[in-house]
Design a binder for this molecule. Structure first.
Ligand code: ADP
Ligand code: MG
Length: 578
């Protein structure tokens, strides 16, 4: 590590702006420096939510005296050497701006010792004025103290939020770093109390437990995806666990936490129809891209990045998430809860053990020997989660009641049918052709002048969805064919709704994006409405259909298909156990 002052020209290319907006920004910058110095222990101690003091100590490589002297100068950095480095940044810092910026708005003291130095050195900066460097006793590493932040900038001081808010920003800053560096021990103290103490762990999943707590962490499954130079890994909630905001959605690029619209959008697109509107998943996404493919020099606090190939990144992330979810839906771990809840206090752990054969489960009567011998082994192996349930009956005209290997399973027949129809349609759509049925007697649909015009423009699109329509008088269209999936009935309503839906989608590029919504509309019209008695074979057919599709746990609007109540939960409900 050798600090140099950047050339005027290079310095001017660096995204300028406010680095230190609030105490948490200083905490973030100091932690980044410690990580860049390869520290494995980073202890943060703040007083009065950081407004009175912030101290960050690390056991990193420290600074030699001459480096320390330079470190607090503007544009002094050991991380960029040649101009090209700016286009392949591998460190968290690179601007040489944090220490001088902090030094200009606070009373800053840096104590640092490099491994070969006989003693540590101390350097103070107050309101931008550098003091004299003095030897002092300290272990190898760096300890930085910031007192009275904004003491000389009352305007900025005034903009600080309530102490609890500022403290929560500091916690967020620490948590984000901690998620990306599980091997580093982080400790945060506030007014002498330990707020967080994350000892070093080998596994990112263990860090999740430390940072999020058990309640949330147990609902997250690991994923790992790679294609060419892009790699994505991390943890995600399977669909039933969701939140009313994006609080648990973290995106990192090359281990740097970023708030990026493209990434967030891609993640949500990966979930597409698995979440109800306004609900967000819990996702910790680590995206690895070649350093030259991403510009991190676009935002003063380095919270944003620019991808060279934005759409490739978007597609890759959406695909990675999708694939991980598909995997989870097929083999949910014991963590997958089937009960959706917006407040996680209500989330219960429900196991969906696909691997467990129902025939060995205690709740299911053992099959007769005849069964065992006549059952071809492959068919037995293929027996899915849903088919393995014993149907007990139907209640309230819309729920199937089943015995599952875990206990009691309730299935919303409407949601289940909708998901099945949706997946079938999507498959047909993907294969390029939606199965159509011709109507012997065409039906007519009357439309307003506006709808007529719209429909005229969207006839091709509607055809792709399986609707064949022809003009039939000035305010009427005749319906000749509809998707084969739709049951017999009055089709004018679904056509009308499709037209209304399409009105919102102006360009064909958006249509792709909204495809899922249209399919959901059709699926919704294709299903058994509530309050219909189902025969036993209809119920069994529905269960086996559910086994054939992906994402069988959610309807296309994100409502759950299945609620399972385990033996544990039943015992708790009946107070057999407490
Ligand atoms: P940047 O991180 O962008 O280089 P900073 O102002 O944050 O700029 O830090 C300036 C320099 O001081 C760094 O390049 C690094 O060499 C040195 N430095 C800062 N903090 C530490 C630390 N905790 N341990 C070792 N060196 C540090
Ligand atoms: Mg820095």
């Amino acid at each position: 590590m050798k600090i140099q002052i950047l050339s005027e020209e290079m310095a001017s290319r660096i995204a300028a702006g406010e680095v230190v907006e609030r105490p948490a920004s200083a905490v973030k910058e100091l932690i980044e420096n410690s990580l860049d110095a390869s520290a494995t222990e980073i202890f943060i101690s703040v007083e009065k939510s950081g407004t009175s003091s912030i101290r960050v100590s690390d056991n990193g490589e420290g600074m030699a005296p001459e480096d320390l002297n330079l470190a607090v100068e503007r544009h002094a950095t050991s991380k960029l050497k040649v101009d090209e480095d700016l286009f392949r940044i591998a460190t968290l810092g690179f601007r040489g701006e944090a220490l001088p910026s902090i030094g200009s708005v606070s009373k800053l003291q840096v104590v640092s010792r490099s491994p070969n130095a006989p003693t540590a050195q101390k350097l103070c900066v107050e309101g931008g004025k550098k003091g004299e460097m003095l030897p002092t006793a300290a272990a190898v590493g760096t300890s930085i103290e910031i007192k009275d932040i904004f003491f000389n900038t009352p305007a900025r001081r005034k903009f600080l939020k309530a102490p609890a808010t500022e403290l929560s920003h500091i916690c967020d800053a620490v948590n984000r770093m901690a998620l990306a560096y599980p091997g580093v021990h982080f400790r945060l103290e506030h007014d002498g109390r330990t707020v967080a103490d994350y000892v070093s762990v080998n596994d990112g999943q263990d860090r999740l437990y430390q940072v999020f707590g058990r309640e949330i962490a147990k609902g997250l499954a690991a994923f790992d995806w790679r294609q060419g130079e892009l790699a994505a890994h991390g943890f995600l909630s399977s669909a039933p666990l969701s939140f009313p905001n994006a609080r648990y959605l973290y995106t990192f690029v090359n281990r740097r936490y970023v708030r990026d619209k493209v990434l967030t959008h891609a993640v949500l697109q990966g979930y597409e129809t698995l979440l109800m509107k306004g609900q967000y998943p819990a996702v910790v996404l680590f995206l690895q891209v070649p350093f030259g493919e991403v510009d991190v020099n676009v935002h003063p606090a380095k919270f944003e990045v620019r991808f060279r190939r934005q759409s490739d990144v978007h597609e890759a992330v959406a695909r990675a998430i999708r694939q991980a979810l598909r995997q989870e839906a097929k083999e949910p771990g014991p963590r997958s809860g089937a009960i959706s809840s917006s407040s996680f206090s209500g989330v219960r752990e429900v196991a969906l053990p696909y691997g467990l054969s129902a025939r060995t489960a205690p709740d299911n009567p053992a099959p007769t020997y005849g069964n065992v011998f006549t059952l071809p082994p492959r068919a037995a192996a293929q027996e899915g989660f849903y088919s393995s349930m014993r149907v007990l009956g139907q209640i309230l005209g819309c729920y199937l009641v089943c015995a599952s290997s875990q206990g009691l399973a309730l299935i919303d027949q409407h949601a289940a049918h909708e998901r099945v129809a949706f997946e079938k349609l999507r498959r047909q759509m993907d294969a390029g052709k939606v199965a159509m049925q011709n109507l012997l007697i065409p039906q007519t649909v009357r439309l307003s002048a506006g709808e007529m015009m719209l429909l005229e423009q969207k006839l091709d699109v509607l055809r792709r969805f399986g609707f064949d329509l022809e003009p039939f008088g000035p305010d009427t269209y005749a319906i000749h064919s509809v998707p084969a999936l739709l049951p017999e009935g009055d089709y004018s309503q679904v056509v009308r709704q499709m037209v209304a839906d399409l009105a919102e989608v102006d360009t064909s590029s958006k249509l792709r994006e909204h495809l899922e919504d249209r399919l959901a509309t059709i699926a919704c019209h294709s299903v058994i409405r509530a309050n219909r008695m189902l025969e036993m074979d209809e119920m069994r057919a529905l269960l086996s259909d559910l086994d054939q599709i992906d994402f069988a746990t959610q309807c296309p609007h994100g409502r759950p298909v299945l609620i399972e109540i385990s033996r544990d939960e039943l015992e708790r409900m009946f107070k057999r156990v407490l």
